[in-house]
Every structure is written in structure tokens, then in C-alpha cells.
Design a protein around this ligand. Sequence first.
Ligand SMILES: Nc1ncnc2c1ncn2[C@@H]1O[C@H](COP(=O)(O)OP(=O)(O)OP(=O)(O)O)[C@@H](O)[C@H]1O
Length: 250
Amino acid sequence: MAEPVVRSGGETAVDQHVLTVSGVRYEVAGRLLLDGLDLSVTAGESVAITGPSGSGKSTLLMCLMGLVKPQSGSVSVAGTDLVPLRERALNRHRRDHLGMVFQFGELLPELTPLENTALAALLAGTAREEAYTRAQSLLADLGVPDKGTPTAELSGGERQRTAVARALINRPALVLADEPTGALDEATRDDVAALLFSVPSRWNCGLLVVTHDATIAARADRHLALSGGRLRTAGTGNPVGLSAAQGGKA
Ligand SMILES: Nc1ncnc2c1ncn2[C@@H]1O[C@H](COP(=O)(O)OP(=O)(O)OP(=O)(O)O)[C@@H](O)[C@H]1O
């Protein structure tokens, strides 16, 4: 799976696929939503997916989280196919390798940012002191003020920054974001988007963002559009695949 590539700096590095989706087919209620879909994301890379309402973006994200099982195809996250995993192994793999950022943060409102962030590490079995030290350092890196107030009292931007910290606390290979700026005003949206798209290079993980917002999608290294159950390069309409000619990139 790993293959040498020349990065923009000119040096040769190992192209680490943190996500490889191959031939995923998913049909529900008589409708074929994903039709042999291919996609890959490497460490350090950001990919945005847009598509009309009802095209299957949320369904695709559910497949990537292992919450929906495709009828065929594979979804490898950090080198392990999620499709055959049973619930326990799936939960563990998701916890250890995936970080998630949702539109409304989905944080516990009565807990502080520090508690919300540390909690994700504690649930993953990290010792208390280590969890809090790591959470504190991440929140500082991500510019969340150390107010010690419940998350409910923070601004929308501060809440999304906290959500990013929580997504990163277990050092995931891949961060998935579902409309991460959809609930923010314009100025805050740009601020949070800048932060989010700095994540892959700063934390050496992949980032996959599903959004309706073309200005957010334009910030990603690659912008793909979902239609007819497959992904195409936005703007060109070229289908994406996993062929060797494309260097394994989709
Ligand atoms: N379990 C299900 N049973 C029946 N229909 C479903 C199911 N899951 C998804 N669908 C349908 O599949 C289509 C795609 O849904 P999905 O939520 O993935 O689209 P989307 O691209 O995320 O849309 P939006 O941009 O509006 O959020 C919709 O028409 C939805 O109603």
C-alpha cells in the first residue's frame, strides 16, 4: 500500500494511505447511493467532498466511520478494513484511528473544553494525568482560551476549536469533518476553516471534509464531487479511481 512519492519540497517520502476506499457499493430503499466508489487519502493531505443534497455524502461518511456496512467493497482506515470488523473491534479501531468533527461540535455542554477534550483520551484508556496534559497542550496549540467555563458558554468558533482538539487527542490517522463550519458566521467560519486545514500538516494525519460550502472546499488539497454514486474531481468532472496510473490516489 505504501509507495514512494516526491513531495513538493523535492524530497522522497513514503506515501502513507490513511484511508483507502475501494469499490464501495451501497444500496438502500431500492436506491443505489454508492456505486463502486473509490477514494484514498494520505497522511498530511486534505480532501473536500461536495455534492447535491441527497447525493449520499452523509451515507459515505457513515461508511467511513463503520456505522453503515456497504454491500460490497472495502473501507481501510489506517490499514485495516472496517467492513468485516465486529462491533467491539470496530469501536476500538474507530476510537484509536479516527477523529470526528461535527457541525454543532457535539460536545458535552456542561463540561469545560479541557474536560471535553481529556474525556476522549480517558475513554481510550489514557492515564488521567497524561490525558489532561495532552488536552491542555492541544487546546493551547489550537487557540482555545483557558477560561475553565462550561463549553455551553463559549462562542461557536471556540466550540469548534474544542471539537478539533477532541478529534485530535487520540492522535488519529484520519480526521473526518461533517459540515464543520456550517453553523458559524462568515468571519468565524474562515478562522475555523484555516485552523482545520492546518491540521494535516501539523499533526501528520489525513483530513476529509464534507461541506456544502465551495469556499471551504476550495481550501482542500483536493476537491471531489459526489454524484451518481461516484466521486469526480470537482470542476473537471474527471472520475477518480485507484489505478496505478494515478499513483493510487483517488
Ligand atoms: N437508511 C435509509 N433508508 C432510506 N433512505 C435512506 C437511508 N439512508 C439514506 N437514505 C436516503 O439516501 C439519500 C442520500 O442521503 P444522504 O443523507 O447520504 O445524502 P446527503 O448527500 O448527505 O444529503 P444532504 O446534503 O441533504 O445532507 C437521501 O435521499 C436519503 O433519504
